[in-house]
Design a protein around this ligand. Structure first.
Ligand code: ZN
Ligand code: ZN
Length: 442
């Protein structure tokens, strides 16, 4: 499989003398399989030059598969400049996560309304198809493609592409689920020792990959001020990739504030860390024009998800019970979830009231505060897990307690997800969405 980077910048295109080496175009990576399958990961401004090259090659028809992680600007802005879409006979199959405030088609059409762009999406002559995805396994461009949710303040998918005996995993944009990566007292550097279930799942998803392309927008020093913005640090990426037995990591989605010298310094530090960890992990910072030929090193082990997911949740309505003893917080949660008409949200202000309400009407998800007067969130979870009817009821726990013992106690008690305060509204809705999309059953 061949990999080529066309856009490595995060957030906004950043051209100029300071970014000549690593590049100023936003996210876009081209994968080509031996059989000629074309998979384009994200369609940021880098897609314009890729499009020009595809057109210049003169091969007809061009059959592009565009896999969009999420629909933030820096991942879709190149699409209106994707030349092959303006030629009859070509085709573009566009894949992306469902539930980002409309269907994929609607969101892409939105950025091409006449207010923003002179050509309407519906006028494009190429055959364009839209595929709204949740988690699952798909065949795209002849490759086996597995999707899994990432942690970002928008519904975002990571893509694991398996073809030609190799595995390339694209994980952009993503933020650690927990401040602390490892469980105290456990041996570091092993997937089983990862504290938060979300980070553990993230590690498993990239396990054994030949190449992982990962968001590493911030340094560890910058991260505390940018928490909940949905991006990673190089040290998180290197540690988790090393634990997952990854062969090579490309750090990408470089911050617009970071010039070439700064990114080169990140690369040096990331390499030093990888060396210290001693797993043989290779690390580099992705740059525009970087081209790699990935050769198989061992028999490919297809990834199998631990838990299945619903093929689609966009058309379903859900009942969510929000439980918090602080009126302001409860109101914020309810408002966040009730945006749109997909969720009916019930409210409870105590643990006892929550249990009574669950007994009367079974919710699809419980969003539960940890620290409450009287019966706290942990006691509610324990009570739910002790009963057969609510043993697998998804519970998303909200807490200000970011420390290792509290996180651990939450998962040990059986929470489905553990979200620490402060969180943003889009982050909460994306996490709730991931809980609802997964099948929680034995
Ligand atoms: Zn981004
Ligand atoms: Zn984003």
């Amino acid at each position: 499989m061949r990999v080529r980077f066309w856009g490595t910048r995060g957030s906004i295109a950043t051209p100029g003398p300071g970014t000549n080496h690593f590049g100023g175009n936003t996210s876009c990576v081209e994968l080509t399989t031996a059989a000629g399958g074309l998979l384009i990961l994200d369609c940021g401004t880098g897609a314009r030059r890729l499009a020009a090259e595809l057109m210049a090659k003169g091969e007809k028809p061009i059959e592009a598969n565009i896999l969009i992680g999420h629909t933030h600007w820096d991942h879709i802005q190149g699409f209106p400049f994707f030349g092959p879409a303006f030629v009859k006979g070509n085709s573009a199959a566009i894949y992306g996560p469902e539930g980002s405030g409309g269907s994929l088609h609607e969101v892409l059409a939105g950025q091409m309304e006449y207010t923003y762009f002179p050509v309407d999406l519906a006028q494009l002559p190429a055959a364009i198809t839209y595929h709204d995805l949740t988690e699952g396994t798909h065949t795209i461009g002849g490759a086996r493609v597995v999707t899994q949710f990432l942690n970002h303040p928008a519904v975002t998918l990571g893509y694991r592409v398996e073809a030609d005996g190799v595995v390339v995993v694209y994980l952009v944009d993503h933020e650690p689920y927990s401040d602390e990566l490892w469980r105290a007292g456990a041996e570091r550097g092993r997937i089983e020792s990862i504290l938060h279930d979300g980070d553990r799942r993230h590690a498993r998803f990239m396990a054994g990959a030949d190449l992982v392309i990962h968001d590493a927008q911030y340094t560890p020093e910058e991260y505390p001020a940018k928490k909940t913005w949905g991006h990673s640090t190089y040290d998180y990426v290197v540690q988790i990739a090393a634990a997952a037995g990854v062969r090579r990591v490309a750090l990408t989605h470089h911050d617009p504030e970071h010039d070439d010298d700064f990114v080169a310094d990140i690369e040096r530090k990331a390499r030093a860390l990888a060396l210290r960890l001693g797993t043989g992990l290779e690390v580099f910072c992705a740059y525009e024009g970087c081209e790699l030929a990935i050769e198989p090193r061992a028999a490919l082990k297809p990834f199998v998800a631990a838990e299945p997911s619903q093929p689609s949740v966009a058309q379903r309505r859900f009942y969510i019970l929000a439980v918090d003893d602080q009126p302001d917080m409860l109101e914020m949660i309810v408002r966040a979830l009730q945006d749109g008409d997909q969720y009916i949200v019930g409210q409870a202000t105590t643990g006892a009231e929550a249990l009574r309400m669950i007994g009367e009407r079974m919710p699809d998800l419980v969003v539960l505060d940890y620290k409450m007067k009287g019966m706290d969130g942990m006691a509610v979870v324990k009570s739910l897990r002790a009963r057969a009817q609510t043993q697998f009821l998804p519970v998303l726990m909200l807490t200000a307690m970011t420390d290792e013992p509290s996180t651990r106690a939450g998962f040990d008690a059986g929470v489905t997800d553990y979200v620490t305060k402060p969180f943003s509204i889009p982050q909460l809705t994306a996490r709730a969405r991931a809980c609802l999309a997964r099948v929680h059953a034995p």
